[in-house]
Write a protein that binds this ligand. Sequence first.
Ligand code: KIV
Length: 278
Amino acid sequence: MVSKDLKPVSSTAKKITTHVLKAMKQHGEKISMLTAYDYSMAKILDKAGIDVILVGDSASNVMAGHETTLPITLDQMIYHAASVIRAIENCFVVVDLPFGTYQGNSKIALESSIRIMKEAGGHAIKMEGGREIKESVDRILSAGIPVMGHLGLTPQSIYKFGTYSVRAKETEEAQKLLEDARMLEDSGCFGIVLEKVPAALAKSVAESVEIPVIGIGAGPDVDGQVLVLHDMLGLNIDFSPRFLRRYNNLFEQILGSVEEYISDIKKRDFPSKEESYK
Ligand code: KIV
């Protein structure tokens, strides 16, 4: 637990780094993480004091309207990440390696990661999977690029699993996940996202590794939480899993504003004399 008398680690650090994130875990300070894909939203998140922005490949869903995360390209991820990087001052920015840019070929994985660091200015990359991507993880880390793992529900493998249901409910899969988390830590990853797994398993993963474990649908006993911005703001109303807490209903609010704007034009109320030039 964080002592009430002590300042949070995140508030004494000028900028959030992988070292600050690890110190936050050691001091029991929870890590806040949200996705962002563009300049304007990233500016708000950074000003609010978010610790980590994830430029997630969920951009494929919420920005581009695809059904899965598979279609988004490396060029598109770099475009989103560069927009986010231009907006931020303090937070740490992790960028997803999209599907097809790292699986099965560690040389390509390194090249993809270097492009994210050089062309977008990302601070770290995230990739889905455990032992099956170890060679790529090692190669990227050996180039000095921080890597975040992603275990549990891994949306890039949706066609392998067939559903977005809770993962690792059975002992064998839970054991494999625990071993993968330890392997990612031993390789040198600075953190792990754990998606949609039973809360008790997430707790034991967080207790088994020293690096921060950030949960999404993984219960409260992990080192931090991440949500997709469009989901938590109520912009994306088609998605309401049990783990999602909605902090706003922006879809309804924006709809109302746009309807008012249209109506003002139709009834010749906008623009007024004061909104016009002499
Ligand atoms: O792409 C993404 O938004 C993610 C989160 C669900 C963790 O990977």
